[in-house]
Design a protein around this ligand. Structure first.
Ligand code: SAH
Length: 363
């Protein structure tokens, strides 16, 4: 089951976090016909209703009782920034408890993609990342992850075909809610997004990667590697003190063997830290025995740290070495460069502004 709401809130069931099967159970318990469950589920997850009043094929008394007994989670857009370069939109959403998270909408040739947050804040402590600077506030509920996709669909009036869990938070640190989210997002009675169009990115929590392999999902697993030796990785990512690169590679192999899905290695290039020819050769050696794809990301500098992007020529040289070793590699296109790229920066700026006494953004 999903976590209950945080303190201070009335402890009502969060209806948007219930699977169809759970909703059938709820309707049975209250003596309603079970087809009501399917109707309600479709209103919530396919028609993306914003409240119970929209569910016009339910008897009014039932709607009233639902209103009394359940929480209906919707996210409120506090701020939307649109890139003039490529149309990418960044959304800052208020959660029911007034915490905020950010999500990104990107238009690609193959369809629209949404990058969602999985936690409010993060406790992983990666050195270059803005989302983790203030630690973890709380996990997101399945409904709050789904609502990022639903609210963006309502606001853009366009179908979302791809979802990447690469926003604020470490998805494997919120495993049960993440799994429920994936199952509901891909449910035929909901948005019915293909599992193959979902990517979950992790800093590398080995037992969770192995557990995910056992779920036999067709999603893509992306590993944030960022260094090719334990020594260098420990400097960038505290989680590297817990799990070695050797253990990570074994877990990746296991994931591929269990699911047949190619792994993605994410590698943020940080000038002078992990971008030498030797780093590239070591990365190639790690990648070669695995069925994987390497995605190079020029690091997005944050003002709290003095990391810098690698020079363009260095990035190309790094990529060449991988290619010479027959590694499948791409450089991530920087979407929305003009609207505050790095993960967690929009949320952070908002919190700083509020702390400094600025008015909360108008809608
Ligand atoms: N916690 C998960 C997912 C969220 S971060 C993970 O670690 O994978 C999504 C990706 O962006 C990760 O690869 C992360 O390391 C990377 N990232 C975070 N901040 C960045 C920055 N400032 N520049 C470049 N990449 C960054």
């Amino acid at each position: 089951m999903s976590e209950v709401r945080t303190e201070g809130q009335v402890n009502r069931t969060d209806i948007k976090s219930l699977t169809l099967q759970e909703l059938v159970g709820e309707m049975d318990r209250r003596g309603e016909k079970s087809f009501r469950a399917k109707q309600i589920y479709q209103w919530i997850h396919a028609k993306l209703a914003e409240d119970f009043d929209e569910m016009t094929n339910l008897p009014r008394e039932l709607r009233e009782r639902l209103k009394e007994e359940y929480d209906y989670t919707v996210l409120r857009p506090l701020r939307v920034q649109e890139s003039k370069l490529d149309g990418t939109k960044k959304f800052l959403f208020a959660l029911p408890d007034q915490n905020v998270v950010e999500s990104v909408w990107m238009r690609y040739k193959h369809g629209n993609s949404v990058c969602i947050s999985s936690q409010v804040g993060c406790r992983m402590g990666c050195r270059f990342c803005a989302s983790t600077l203030d630690g973890l506030e709380r996990n997101l509920l399945p409904s709050e992850m789904l609502e990022q996709v639903y609210a963006i669909t309502r606001l853009t009036k366009e179908r979302v075909s791809n979802v990447v869990v690469m926003g604020i938070g470490e998805p494997m640190d919120n495993y049960d809610n993440l799994l429920k989210f994936i199952r509901m997002l891909t449910d035929g009675n909901g948005l019915n997004i293909s599992q193959r169009n979902i990517t979950v990115s992790t800093c590398g929590i080995v037992p969770c990667m192995r557990r995910l392999a056992g779920e036999k999902l067709q999603i893509t697993l992306a590993l944030s590697l960022h260094a090719a030796t334990d020594e260098k990785r420990k400097k960038l990512m505290p989680i590297a003190r817990r799990y070695s690169i050797g253990e990570l590679m074994e877990a990746c192999r296991y994931y591929f063997d269990s699911t047949g899905r190619r792994i993605t290695f994410e590698y943020s290039l940080v000038g002078g830290e992990n971008d030498t020819d030797e780093d590239a050769a070591k990365l190639a050696a790690l990648a070669a025995p695995l069925c994987c794809h390497v995605n190079l990301i020029p690091v997005n500098p944050i003002k709290e740290r003095d990391y810098v992007q690698s020079e363009g020529a260095r990035i190309r040289a790094f990529k060449n070495i991988l290619e010479k070793n027959k590694i499948n590699v791409t450089i991530r296109r920087e979407m929305g460069r003009d609207i505050d790229g790095a993960c967690g920066q929009l949320r952070r700026r908002e919190l700083e502004a509020v702390a400094a006494g600025a008015p909360v953004w108008e809608e």
